[in-house]
Design a protein around this ligand. Structure first.
Ligand SMILES: [Zn+2]
Length: 385
């Protein structure tokens, strides 16, 4: 049952915005130019406030998160966030987008950049349509983050004051056509096991040495690895150490991660990994073990009955899109927004084969994502939260 009225996004405008955006070189930490472009667009759209947080730089990057607010024009409607990220993975320099047979691809040896310029374009189009159709809406906060691709550093560092009066949000940064929504994501730890031994000549006096590699091997052998259960995984992914075959190695570092949608299970699997390395270290009294553990992001879960998902469902219904909710195995800005105080779901914008040179985006998926953003805003006025 598709659409009660003939509804149209402005396709030419969306095509132009999308191709303009992907042509701008925007690697993680190098978002300055795209940030300036978006500032201009948001100004044209009539944002009441446009700011860059963190003094205009996060981790030495060229810009902060870009935050724009649109004041509500009606009482009692939810305050929502619409978010996307400004950076791309490499290779994203000199992207030449081409549209053939209804599909965007890159002409050269680069990604397309639909991750996440498709999401950003959809948000801008939704705001254009909101402005053009004079609909009632609550406060809208647009957040374009930096450095999503290298560890969610933008959302992680989002200044709390910009998050504090947002009820819930939509992070337009996932695959799947309009209606696809990820309603849960795992927590993740990164863990480094740094084994220190004692160096000695391997031929003349190996008994004076303590092998850090042997310690690491024992730790790895006893550690959980791979899939633990349906919602928990862990991986020891890289290893480095040793200097020469004739030297007992005094250094070996093993880097790993663990993820779970259950915080308890995550703590348990990380504890088991640590335990294995500690037991291994005990067997090498001359050496010692150093463990560095960092929370990469926290899990999030949204229920069917939560306002964020109910509003999404009613937007999909109005547009004739089928809502398809599923958990995600990866982390996204939505994880950090939850930690910052507002629940956010991860919304599909159609990107396919992203992070590769085969990346592509169906033209219709882009238009549908633009319509969906508009429908989310429109649904606010007939929504009980
Ligand atoms: Zn992305």
């Amino acid at each position: 049952m598709k659409k009660e009225v003939s509804f149209m996004v402005n396709k030419e405008r969306m095509k132009k915005t999308f191709t303009d955006l992907v042509k701008i070189y925007a690697p993680s930490k190098g978002e300055r130019q795209v940030c300036d472009y978006l500032k201009q667009e948001l100004r044209k759209l009539g944002a009441s406030r446009i700011v860059e947080d963190n003094g205009g730089s996060i981790n030495g990057g060229s810009s902060g998160n870009l935050i724009a607010t649109f004041n509500g024009n009606a009482e009692g409607l939810p305050s929502i966030a619409l978010t996307g990220h400004m950076d791309c993975v490499e290779c994203c320099k000199n992207i030449e987008p081409v549209l053939e047979n209804g599909v965007f691809r890159s002409k050269g040896n680069t990604i397309l950049g639909g991750d996440d310029k498709a999401g950003v374009t959809a948000i801008l189009e939704g705001l254009h349509l909101m402005k053009e159709s004079y609909i009632p809406h609550g406060k809208i906060t647009v957040i374009f983050t930096v450095q999503e691709e290298i560890g969610l550093f933008g959302s992680r560092n989002l200044e709390e004051e910009y998050a504090k009066d947002i009820d819930f949000g939509y992070t337009l940064d996932a695959d799947g056509p309009a209606g696809s929504v990820f309603i849960a994501g795992p927590s993740e730890y990164t863990v480094d096991f740094i084994c220190h031994g004692v160096a000695a000549h391997a031929g003349m006096c190996p008994e004076k040495g303590t092998s850090a590699i042997a310690m690491a091997a024992l730790g790895i052998a006893g550690s959980p690895n791979g899939r633990i259960d349906e919602e928990t995984t862990c991986n020891l992914g890289t290893i480095e150490g040793g200097t020469a075959v004739n030297i007992v190695p005094d250094y070996c570092a093993v880097h790993g991660e663990a993820r779970s949608r259950s915080k308890e299970k995550l703590e348990k699997v990380v504890a088991a990994m640590e335990d294995s390395f500690r037991k291994a270290a005990e067997k090498f009294p001359e050496g010692h073990l150093e463990i560095k553990k960092e929370k990469a992001y926290d899990a999030f879960t949204v229920k069917e009955s939560d306002p964020v998902l109910r509003l999404f469902k009613s937007a999909c219904d109005a547009a004739g899109f089928t809502m398809k909710a599923a958990p995600s195995g990866g982390g996204s800005d939505a994880n950090w927004f939850g930690t910052k105080g507002f629940p956010s779901v991860l919304v599909g914008v159609g990107m396919a084969d992203f992070h590769t040179n085969k990346e592509n985006l169906k033209e219709q998926d882009l238009y549908d994502a633009g319509e969906l953003v508009y429908r989310i805003i429109e649904a606010e006025s007939h929504f009980n939260h």
